[in-house]
Design a protein around this ligand. Structure first.
Ligand SMILES: [Cu+2]
Length: 312
């Protein structure tokens, strides 16, 4: 099978390709057929019924033509009903995961994705085994986002205070882009990640390490991993350049100007900044940071603090 992208459709990598692509092609060809038919008829009629002489008489008034009227009602009706059943069948199949699926929870936030596995592993890219049904239970921590894997032909909105499910079964290994397809603020266009489809053995191996990312690492090294994996890097840089949030470079120990006055950046302040970001808002920035209450464990907060301390 040729899995590469075509003029119309992106590359193919899931079982849904067999449902979506033929339906898309059918819709496309029906549209092309009627587009062609209409253009041809308009042209033919324009030439045929052109008024050639100023005193040319119009044809006698025709009130109706039953055969023609029934024809242009019934034929399109049959076509659209057929398309409806085709679409409905695929839609239902794509909404209900088959038994024996593996579940991953997905949390969207401005502007990153976080994938949480039952083993406790949390990652910023989605890693899944090939030829296995995977169900995603998705919610958002802030605004409306939308989760889209073009190569898998699947997409669903990710809404705060609600869980949306989506499933897929990847048919080959590889790395495929995941996009947010709902405008969700300044850095929406950077809200990209990937789904990495691997062999089942490689998946088990990955899961074992990902389930305990702090293992054998110093707190600061663990913090550096969390900076990426927890999406802090969507808004904070570590090189001193200003982004949506202040850079972490050299903040530890300095005096920060906030909406409640000057504060010194110590462990307690950093902890509070993660749990209750709106308590003290750094001057010159919007209060857009989501809370990480219930998201970061004490150990993770401590690791992030240690990481920030190293950024002199
Ligand atoms: Cu988004």
């Amino acid at each position: 099978m040729d899995n590469s992208k075509t003029f119309w459709l992106p590359e193919k990598a899931s079982t849904f390709v067999d449902i979506v692509d033929p339906a898309f092609d059918l819709f496309l060809w029906i549209s092309i057929f009627f587009f062609g038919l209409i253009i041809i008829l308009v042209t033919v009629f324009t030439v045929k019924y052109l008024r050639r002489r100023p005193n040319q008489l119009a044809t006698a008034q025709i009130t109706h033509n039953l055969t023609l009227e029934l024809g242009w009602t019934i034929i399109p009706l049959i076509i659209v009903m057929g398309l409806f059943f085709l679409g409905m069948k695929g839609f239902l199949h794509m909404r209900v995961a088959p038994s024996g699926y593996m579940q991953v929870n997905v949390k969207a936030q401005k502007w990153s994705w976080s994938f949480e596995y039952p083993s406790g592993a949390v990652n910023d890219t989605l890693v899944v085994p090939v030829n296995t049904p995977v169900k995603l239970a998705m919610t958002s921590r802030d605004v409306l986002h939308s989760f889209y894997i073009a190569a898998f032909r699947t997409k669903a909105d990710v809404v705060p205070n609600r869980w949306h499910a989506l499933w897929f079964q990847a048919t080959r290994t590889g790395i495929f882009p995941v996009q947010c397809t709902q405008y969700c603020g300044t850095n929406h266009s950077y809200m990209l990640t990937a789904v990495k489809v691997v062999e089942p053995e490689a998946y088990q191996e990955w899961l074992a390490t990902a389930s305990d990312p702090g293992k054998g690492k110093t707190p600061a090294e663990f913090g550096a991993i969390l900076y990426q994996k927890r999406g802090c890097n969507a808004c904070h840089t570590i090189d001193g350049s200003k982004a949506v949030g202040p850079s972490w470079k050299g903040i530890f120990g300095k005096q920060e100007t906030t909406n409640v006055g000057m504060v010194s950046v110590d462990e307690a302040y950093l902890h509070e900044s993660m749990m209750t970001p709106t308590a003290k808002v750094v001057t010159g920035f919007q209060p857009v940071m989501p809370t990480f209450q219930g998201v970061l464990s004490d150990r993770e907060v401590a690791a992030l603090v240690e990481f920030i301390k190293t950024l002199k």
